[in-house]
Design a protein around this ligand. Structure first.
Ligand code: BTN
Length: 257
């Protein structure tokens, strides 16, 4: 069980996590916050669950996580056009917040994988799922869902990308409350940066992505594209160098070749 007082004392934000909702079990924290009928309308609200029985990942995958071992939570944003017009930057801000928290607290070397996975030793330790609700073409709510493998020691079953956890990489258990507060503190810092200097976010993200220049493939619904990871453009899209030139990739699953 998460010790909320240990989290609260380390939280140093103005709005993120100030409204905090805790579940022992839920279908998915993203699904909960996306559903307007739950009556949650405060920007920065964090919903955390010890277990999700229908946790969701990108590209319609499921996200599985052992009860009480990890961090599975979502953050709601409403009425914030600056953020809504910069969803790629919000994605990157979340990834940077998680990566810098893990680096600083545990002196581990994280690496970012486009679009928004956090790796340690080239294995996945965190995934991020940003989803929106629109009405008449206008974004009404944005939910940033974050799943961090923290203390899980063993991963069974099939994974799209090899998983790891902070505990496996560090060799000891870590305090989830402290990590959660650090991630939220850093996330608010990066969101403020997004408003003042959003291109710095792309630069920071690129500094932590060690795959630029490597041979990669991008799997999209029914096709796979091969090429060299050339760069990230000013909007956060991946530039793939192929035989025919540079192609802008807006979505897909990256694999190193
Ligand atoms: C991915 O890498 O595919 C994204 C995984 C996102 C998982 C988190 S866990 C909290 C939130 N609730 C969900 O159902 N998914 C996100």
């Amino acid at each position: 069980m998460l010790k909320l007082e240990n989290f609260d004392i380390k939280l140093n934000t103005d709005f993120i996590g100030r409204n905090f909702i805790y579940f022992e079990e839920i279908d998915s924290t993203n699904t909960y916050l996306l559903d307007k009928s739950n009556g949650i309308d405060i920007s920065g609200t964090v919903v955390l669950a010890e277990f999700q029985n229908k946790g969701r990942g990108r590209l319609d995958r499921t996200w599985t996580s052992d009860t009480g071992q990890n961090l599975t939570f979502s953050i709601l944003f409403v009425k914030n056009q600056t953020l809504f017009q910069n969803l790629n930057f919000l994605n990157f801000a979340a990834a940077l917040a998680v990566a810098s928290s893990i680096d600083n607290l545990y002196q581990l070397k994280t690496e970012l994988k486009w679009p928004n996975d956090i790796l340690i030793s080239r294995k996945k330790t965190c995934g991020i799922l940003v989803e929106t609700i629109t009405s008449k073409g206008i974004i009404e709510r944005v939910v940033v869902g974050i799943g961090i493998n923290v203390n899980q020691n063993y991963f069974k079953g099939e994974y799209n990308y090899p998983p790891t956890s902070i505990r496996i990489e560090l060799g000891k258990e870590v305090e989830r409350e402290r990590l959660l507060a650090e991630v939220l503190n850093n996330f608010e810092h990066y969101i403020n940066k997004l408003k003042s200097d959003k291109h710095q976010i792309i630069n920071d993200w690129k500094m932590k992505c060690k795959m630029i220049g490597e041979k990669i493939s991008i799997r999209q619904k029914d096709k796979v594209k091969f090429g060299i990871f050339d760069d990230i453009d000013e909007n956060g899209f991946l530039l793939l160098k192929t035989k025919t030139g540079i192609e802008k990739i807006t979505a897909g699953d990256l694999t190193i070749q």
